[in-house]
Design a protein. Structure first.
Lengths: 629, 616
């Protein structure tokens, strides 16, 4: 027997409506959610008024005119994997993977009769169907502040934004607060930059405020070049007015009258949405001259990014806006001193900015109740990899890695956890021993990783960590702008070494070489890209060194991912470095001098020379020699 | 000018570099402060007169024991403790050099720049003799499409010195970075060969390149810098008077570079840097009479006798010659009652007349009217160039014009033909008689305000020129010839408190003070001091030689002229001369002897004096 819904009352609803919210985020759209939306429009149109259709709910009939029914668009819910998503509010019912063919059924059963369609509901680990978002851990464990409106309101409507308290913070700021109070409040809230660095936003604003200049800028950074990350896109697609409101407040606090959002051109929907929202905000008097009669002027434009990862780095970003090449330049001077067009410039990530209206409306203390002491508030994470409920989630800072993985449904299947790569391609790999570590800006820094933009790749025990490092380094070396040698050349050289290791051609000494190169690149590179590029290698070397050694010395990939076999060298012998004591006895017996190594150090056999006679095996006192197969 | 990128360093700061106390000035970078204290911080991408970009990372220093910063981009601050020579920093530098070595073709023994390469020096300094990282470099064909410049990007370390030089110094923007990451490379215009590009072959990028990636085939394998002697002299190919550092080895010129402390920031043009060097014509060292080699005395006697017996003498002297030589020539001629023509004299004389008239009438000092440094062009709000022929005649001035136009300056160009600066101009005006037409209206405006002007392009120019009074600069090219124009422009500048850079066709502006005449129509002797016998001088000399019955020539090189001359007396080549020339700003500039004269003659001047004596 299907679950039957409670009849909603006017009080539960926004605008006295039953809302059929069809996700129009990029993920769902790509699986056809725009057609689903159109299908709803058609169906509801058929219901429209004339017939006075009775909806039979558990408590008597209601007339749909008395309680409006309207299909609505929303931005991404973060659960794209199961899109297209359709959510029915205020009853909080979530349907996943909805097709055009399901629409008639939904209208007939759920809307008309208050009946839940089980097959469209989320299936949890136990195989049970969960109709309400509250019962889906992916949703229930999240604390949505920045993304609070995403998936709930129609991003194309200022009015809907206003019903959630939108533009109230801006009104308060512009009419009641001094700039000092504004950045002071943000300082008190301890809001740290969500774009990667974690720099306190309030301090940044204060520095910009203190610069004496007639023109200043604020820039919202929505470049989001990390592969797999899409929280910023979600935010701009799902709640563009929040970003605008945050920017106007930042402008007021820093003394800037011009704002620019730098958005990657590969996000066409986000570009459209923010452009529409800017137009609407101008029309409503929330942008332009003399905003809401307060005398504050603020103009806002969209700049489409060049599509390179490095363009998200602030100095490269500004150079790209100025029409130059997206190449970083050394800091100081910091943008707050001399940024865009050499004017004081404040650059913030869009998620950082989206938190601001909430802080103003609810106060610093309220904000600090979420998260940890050094990292108040929440953070969005894009969880991917070997978890069962991957997607975008916003959770309080300070949850442990294990808790985050649980929110994402835990490790898929019956595999074991092995590692996570946190902070995108330039973050670091963390191992099992970090599972109980609270995830904050500072804790990650301490273990050689970083929060980055919040990308989180979960890996199970079938993952080869050398290959993981190779994968991420391949990305960063490809994205290097080429300005400075350590990053331009060094990352490439590291990649070549990793490639030969995963191909089974690793040489003794490669680990040292990787470490040396990695340290120089990290210490000498000009910008964050190069400085962090070696992280995946250095951190896997730290936590999974034995896997590297197995590849190099034993011609073996412990996870079984890399295709290493004896290959051409099958039938020759190899020495397991960890067992070799460097006694040189094998060297003495080898008839073709294929074995080399300093006394006391691990030896190696040159497979090209080895004739497979096996005399060394006999000679080895520690059984360190084996045949390649 | 300091290049610190940090907002501001305190005035008079004291810092410590490797334990040594160092004083720095306001806004200096750590690197600048170190240089002045003779502390050698390794660098590759940094270069005098260029902006600092922090690209090569060689100059990383440890600041206050806690962080590494690039010395070339970080401002010196009071109390900083800097370490340069730590093991850790050298490990990083060596590792980076190893990367560069492993990623490019740096087998020095096959390289044109071996021995003169900053990268090679750095390899040595870091003690790098092999590479432990995988060797792999792209094989890029050298670009030899420009006869004077070869680009071998296999050896390019992407330091960007060439890109910045072409942009910031030459203002030409021919070179750029293309691609990214490891594929990063130098791209010429829209990826064409250097020979087909907008490159003006000034060679400034070659001089700036620290490696063998850019070199001149004219200098390759001729000798290393450290085995050369260097003499600084003044270029006499145009009136800019750039300072040449001439490198010689065993009596042969190896290369010519621009003096980086000189007035043009190390720039030279194709003429000064390459053409002087490329001159492969046979030197003329033996006097000849009627095609036969004779002794110098015989040649002088013959010349003197011919001159003494002449019915009329038409003389010609190149304006490339030092002032002293021209004067000696003029005096020697006086003894034979000859008429003298010097190419740039007419314009120069006119100009000095106009200036003295203005001085009297408008009560201005000539010195205040003339631009005193090329950098003034960049500081003007508006730059008005009458005659863009300066691109060919005075290429280094054209660089400053482009630089100004690339910056904040509004560039107005006026030409009667092709505008060679059109790409850079805010207003490009084509006028049949450029200067005259414009200045007439300029004067009107000046008296009656802008309203006095009719519609049209002229109004635009004049508007712009005048609106920004106080810092407009007028550049007069060699095509401006008439008195009226000159009076108007100098007058306008004088009354509006602006300056003029006048670039006549003459090289040595001292020609204004050497008496010249109209040549006689029926002279039977031509007496020609053809200097370096370059095309322009040569053509006129040949013409005069043909018109006369007898031709006497002082020449440096064998040419069509020496073939038809009756008496040929060897003259000193440009690198053998001594004396002064006067540049476009009216300054005396020294011409230094770079190499000892090849032939018997030690001084043109003495020879001319001898000739004068024979006559007496
Ligand atoms: C290679 C690189 C890429 C970056 N990409 C982004 C990005 O896509 N979005 C972003 O907000 N910040 C990015 N950053 C960080 C920015 O430079 C800057 O610190 C940030 O936008 C500041 O905003 P926040 O203080 O609000 O975090 C990147 C940094 C580096 C080094
Ligand atoms: S570290 Fe990499 S991305 Fe950053 S400036 Fe250097 S080459 Fe470019
Ligand atoms: S460029 Fe310099 S380092 Fe490279 S091969 Fe030539 S001399 Fe050697
Ligand atoms: S020779 Fe001069 S114009 Fe040509 S590319 Fe080099 S700097 Fe630019
Ligand atoms: S060509 Fe020379 S100057 Fe130009 S980037 Fe390469 S190494 Fe530097
Ligand atoms: S600009 Fe004139 S003075 Fe300078 S190098 Fe060229 S020809 Fe010689
Ligand atoms: S696009 Fe619909 S949930 Fe992400
Ligand atoms: S010299 Fe400072 S970074 Fe190159």
């Amino acid at each position: 027997m299907a679950e039957v819904l409670q009849r909603p009352t006017e009080v539960d609803t926004v605008d006295g409506q039953i809302r059929i919210v069809i996700c129009q985020g990029t993920g769902c759209m790509s699986s056809g959610s725009d057609e689903v939306y159109e299908a709803f429009r058609e169906q509801i149109g058929a219901l429209d008024g004339t017939e006075n259709v009775a909806l039979s709910w558990s408590e008597g009939d209601i007339d749909h005119e008395e309680l409006g029914i309207e299909p609505k668009k929303s931005g991404c819910h973060g659960f794209c994997e199961l899109g297209p998503l359709v959510r029915i509010d205020p009853m909080n019912v979530l349907y996943t993977q909805v097709g055009v063919d399901d629409v008639e059924d939904i209208v007939e059963k759920t809307i008309r009769n208050g009946e839940v369609i089980e097959e469209l509901c989320f299936e949890d680990e136990t195989g049970a169907r969960q109709s309400r978002t509250d019962n889906i851990p992916f949703y229930s464990e999240q604390k949505r502040l920045a993304l609070g409106n995403c998936g709930r309101i129609d991003p194309e409507s200022v009015e809907e934004y206003k019903t959630t308290g939108g533009y109230e913070a801006m009104q308060t700021v512009l009419s009641e607060m001094d700039p000092e109070d504004v950045y002071g409040e943000v300082q008190d809230a301890g809001l740290r930059g969500r774009g990667g660095g974690g720099f306190p936003a309030g301090n940044k604003w204060m520095f910009a405020h203190q610069e004496d200049a007639s023109e200043k800028y604020v820039i919202a950074n929505c470049d989001e070049g990390d592969p797999g990350a899409f929280m910023d896109r979600c935010l701009v697609e799902g709640d563009p007015h929040r970003v605008i409101e945050g920017m106007v407040i930042a402008g007021y606090a820093t003394g800037a009258n011009e704002g620019i959002i730098y958005l990657r051109a590969e996000y066409p929907l986000a570009v459209d949405r923010i452009q529409q929202a800017i137009e609407d905000a101008y029309e409503a008097g929330y942008l332009g001259t003399n905003i809401m009669g307060t005398g504050f002027d603020f103009d806002f434009e969209v700049e489409k990014g060049a599509g390179a990862f490095v363009c998200g780095e602030e100095t490269a970003l500004m150079s790209s806006i100025e029409g130059g090449a997206g190449r970083p330049s050394p800091r100081p001077p910091y943008p707050a001193q001399s940024g865009l067009e050499d004017k004081p410039t404040t650059i913030n990530n869009v998620e950082t900015l989206a938190n601001v209206p909430l802080i103003i409306n609810n106060g610093a203390e309220w904000f600090k109740q979420y998260g940890s002491e050094d990292s108040p508030g929440t953070k969005t994470f894009a969880v991917s990899g070997d978890c069962s409920a991957t997607g975008l989630m916003e959770i309080p800072m300070g949850l442990t890695l294990q808790e985050i993985i649980d929110v994402a449904g835990g490790i898929e299947g019956d595999k074991e956890f092995k590692a996570v790569q946190i902070g995108g391609p330039s973050g670091g790999c963390l191992a099992e021993k970090h599972l109980d570590m609270p995830v904050t800006f500072d804790s990650l820094q301490e273990v050689g990783a970083m929060l980055g933009s919040g990308g989180l790749v979960v890996m199970d025990d079938e993952t080869c960590m050398v290959d993981v490092a190779r994968f991420f380094l391949d990305f960063t070396q490809d994205e290097s702008c080429g300005k400075c040698p350590p990053c331009r050349i060094g990352t490439h050289k590291m990649l070549r070494i990793l490639e030969r290791i995963t191909d089974g051609e690793g040489e003794p000494g490669d680990i040292d070489r990787l470490e040396e190169l990695g340290e120089t690149i990290a210490e000498s590179s000009l910008c964050g890209l190069g400085q962090t590029a070696p992280n995946p290698v250095l951190s896997t070397l730290e936590h999974f060194r034995d896997e590297y050694e197995a590849h190099i010395y034993d011609d073996e990939c412990p996870a079984g991912e890399c295709e290493i076999g004896g290959g051409d060298h099958a039938g020759t012998y190899k020495i397991a470095a960890q067992d070799c004591v460097g006694c040189q006895q094998c060297v003495d017996v080898c008839p073709v001098d294929a074995i080399a190594g300093d006394p006391g150090e691990a030896h190696s056999i040159d497979p090209e020379t080895c004739i497979g006679c096996g005399q060394c095996v006999e000679a080895c006192p520690t059984d360190a020699i084996d045949m390649r197969t | 000018m300091s290049k610190a990128t940090q907002s501001e360093a305190e005035t008079g700061v004291t810092l410590e570099i490797d334990g040594q106390e160092v004083q720095a000035r306001d806004g200096q970078t750590i690197l600048e402060a170190a240089k002045e204290a003779d502390i050698d911080i390794p660098t590759l991408c940094e270069h005098a007169n260029l902006s600092n970009v922090g690209a090569c990372r060689m100059c990383l220093v440890e600041v206050d024991g806690e962080r590494n910063e690039t010395a070339c981009t970080t401002a010196a601050q009071d109390g900083m403790e800097i370490s340069v020579e730590t093991d850790e920093l050298w490990t990083h530098r060596r590792t980076m050099l190893e990367m560069m070595f492993a990623d490019q073709n740096h087998y020095c023994m096959y390289c044109e720049m071996e021995g003169d390469c900053e990268l090679e020096d750095m390899f040595n300094r870091a003690g790098l003799d092999s590479s432990r990282v995988p060797l792999e470099y792209p094989d890029i064909e050298p670009d030899a499409s420009n006869e004077y410049i070869t680009m071998d990007l296999d050896r390019c370390i992407s330091c960007g010195r060439c890109v910045r030089t072409c942009d910031e110094i030459v203002g030409n923007g021919t070179l750029n970075f293309g691609n990214r990451g490891r594929e990063t490379t130098i791209v010429v215009d829209d990826d064409v060969s250097l020979g087909e590009s907008s490159c003006v072959s000034c060679g400034s990028c070659v001089q700036a390149c620290p490696t063998g990636a850019l070199y001149s085939p004219l200098s390759a394998y001729k000798g290393r810098e450290r085995n050369c002697e260097v003499e600084t002299t003044t270029c006499s190919e145009c009136s800019v008077g750039c300072e040449l550092d001439v490198y010689t080895n065993s009596g042969r010129i190896v290369k010519i570079e621009g003096n980086e402390d000189g007035p043009a920031d190390g720039q030279l043009c194709e003429m000064g840097r390459f053409e002087l060097l490329a001159d492969g014509r046979e030197r003329l060292v033996e006097p000849q009479v009627d095609g036969e080699t004779v002794s110098l005395e015989d040649a002088i006697d013959r010349a003197s006798a011919t001159l003494a017996g002449a019915n009329g003498v038409n003389a010609f002297a190149s304006d490339r010659l030092p002032t002293e030589t021209l004067e000696a020539f003029s005096e020697a001629l006086a003894a034979y009652d000859a008429s003298l023509e010097i190419p740039g004299a007419e314009r120069a004389t006119l100009e000095s007349e106009v200036l003295s008239a203005l001085e009297a009438e408008l009560d201005v000092e000539t010195a205040d009217l003339l631009v005193d440094s090329l950098h003034d062009l960049e500081d003007s709000d508006t730059l008005v160039v009458y005659d863009t022929g300066i691109v060919e005649s005075h290429p280094v001035v054209a660089s400053y014009v482009r630089r100004a136009a690339n910056g904040e300056t509004t560039l107005v160009t006026i030409d009667d033909g092709e505008d060679r600066l059109e790409r850079f101009a805010d207003h490009s005006i084509e006028l049949a008689a450029p200067a005259a037409t414009v200045t007439e209206q300029v004067t009107d405006v000046f008296e009656g305000g802008t309203e006095a002007l009719a519609d049209g392009t002229v109004e635009d120019i004049v508007d712009v020129s005048l609106q920004l009074s106080g810092d407009a600069t007028f550049v007069l090219g060699p095509a401006v010839e008439d008195a009226e124009t000159m009076v108007d422009i100098f007058g306008l500048a004088a009354t509006s408190d602006n300056e003029v850079l006048s670039l006549g066709p003459g090289r040595n502006s001292a020609v204004a003070n050497v008496p010249t005449d109209d040549l006689e129509t029926d002279a039977d002797v031509a007496y020609l001091l053809a200097a370096d016998d370059r095309d322009d001088d040569l053509d006129r000399s040949i013409e005069l030689a043909r018109e006369a019955d007898t031709a006497i020539v002082h020449a440096t090189r064998a040419s069509a002229l020496t073939e038809i001359a009756d008496v040929v007396i060897p003259a000193l080549d440009w690198f053998e001369r001594e004396g002064t020339i006067v540049d476009a700003d009216g300054e005396d500039r020294a011409i230094e002897r770079v190499l000892d004269p090849r032939g018997e003659i030690d001084s043109d001047r003495e020879l001319l004096a001898d000739l004068q004596e024979v006559a007496a």
